[in-house]
Design a protein around this ligand. Sequence first.
Ligand code: MG
Length: 171
Amino acid sequence: MIRIGLGRDLHRLVQGRRFLLGGVEIAADRGELGHSDGDVLTHAVIDALLGAAGLGDIGEFFPPSQPAWKDADSLKLLEFTFAQVKQAGWNLVNLDCVVVCDKPKILPYREDIRASLGAVLETAPDAVFVKGKTNEGLGPLGDGSAVEALAVCLLEKNEDSPKTKDSPKKG
Ligand code: MG
């Protein structure tokens, strides 16, 4: 069985915060505002994984109202999420992402971001991809006051995993 998942997130960019994408710090004069470390890309990836596995969403797993998640390392949240996804019998086939902001440029950081996410998701380097897109100067994404991330993932479950073991086999 295979399933796809879609995640999307947006954070305001403000002075005095770090700009993190997939756990990689980007050189910028502003960073993501957020209860956690604000890593917009990692949050989108978490929602894609949870959605594909049918487990919930990031707000349920890590409520902003809980002090435990204040300034939390989003890669740790991703690690916890992926453990739940694997526990449910799923393997990650691939992950593809888009980060939307006019500045800074994402390309110089792309390989580091792929490696960082790939390490947590225990996958081959070519199974994780990240693209930067501009917003053509339009709106908050175009003027540097926000950054958006989108992620889509494909999960597969082995036919022999517990949840599908008793389902009737064809032939
Ligand atoms: Mg977020």
